[in-house]
Design a protein around this ligand. Structure first.
Ligand code: UDP
Length: 238
């Protein structure tokens, strides 16, 4: 048997909010849990990073000058822990084994991130959710996801979004916007494309980690992408 595929799926906190635009929508949790379950059943090892934007972002928390940016970022990292716990519940409800590992120690709630331990969980077909970002302010969960993907030797990072992939310009503004099937890391950094923040893309580039951008709300798409099926919809940055 060949080496098992290992993937890191990143989705934003906003994805969890659904139509409300805030908080956590249980139906979305359930949908995502079922999608992740189909990957585990196909023998794929899965790590997850969830953002915190549905609850709070450091930059916005600090915009009035009352809350310091570093404190706002601490709040943002804690928001990712809230989302991670919710996701763990939904995944467990779907019958999966799950571990949450936080970059910031909170031993009554979850494990602390230890790469060797994460690898062991993944080998045992447990889903590992990496919470609390990188544990440092001034970073994003896209960077945290890229870092964790590299640390665990993931074959790819999948940035799961609400759109089908990367367009040459904003598809909401331009009718003739074209979906790019494949692009370079340099293209992905361009202001009008911005697949992820520059830190995340630079890290992916330095470590030759492919970034796949896809629509997470198309049923079965994640599995089709990983299994390289012809009808899989995504853009790849490599
Ligand atoms: N954050 C941080 N360090 C990290 C990751 C995240 O300080 O390594 C904070 C930051 O304030 C960020 C918030 O957590 O705004 C939520 O993460 P992000 O904005 O990436 O969430 P998303 O946009 O994916 O929902």
């Amino acid at each position: 048997m060949g080496k098992k595929k290992r993937v890191l799926v990143k989705f934003s906190g906003e994805a969890l909010a659904g139509a409300n635009g805030f908080g956590i929508d249980s139906l979305i949790l359930k949908f995502i849990a079922d999608e992740i379950k189909s990957l585990i059943e196909a023998g794929i090892e899965v790590g997850i990073v969830i953002g915190g934007g549905n609850i709070i972002r450091g930059v916005s928390a600090a915009k009035d000058g009352i809350i310091r940016r570093t404190s706002g970022d601490h709040m943002g990292m804690l928001a990712t822990v809230i989302n991670s716990i919710a996701m763990r519940e939904a995944l467990e409800r779907s019958g999966l084994d799950v571990r949450v590992q936080s970059a910031i120690k909170m031993e009554a709630i979850c494990e602390t991130f230890i790469v060797g331990r994460a690898n062991r969980h993944l080998e045992k077909n447990r889903v590992v959710i990496f919470a609390a970002g990188t544990g440092n302010p001034f970073f994003t969960t896209d960077t945290a996801a890229t870092l964790r993907a590299i640390e665990i030797g993931s074959d790819m990072i999948i940035k799961a979004t609400k759109v089908d992939g990367v367009y040459d310009r904003d598809p909401n503004k331009f009718d003739d916007a074209k979906l790019l099937k494949s692009l370079s890391y340099e293209q992905a950094m361009q202001d009008d494309i911005k697949v992820m923040d520059d830190t995340a893309i630079a890290l992916a580039k330095d470590n030759s980690l492919p970034i796949l951008v896809c629509n997470m709300f198309k049923e079965g798409n994640l599995l089709r992408i990983i299994q390289n099926e012809e009808n899989a919809a995504y853009s790849i940055v490599k």
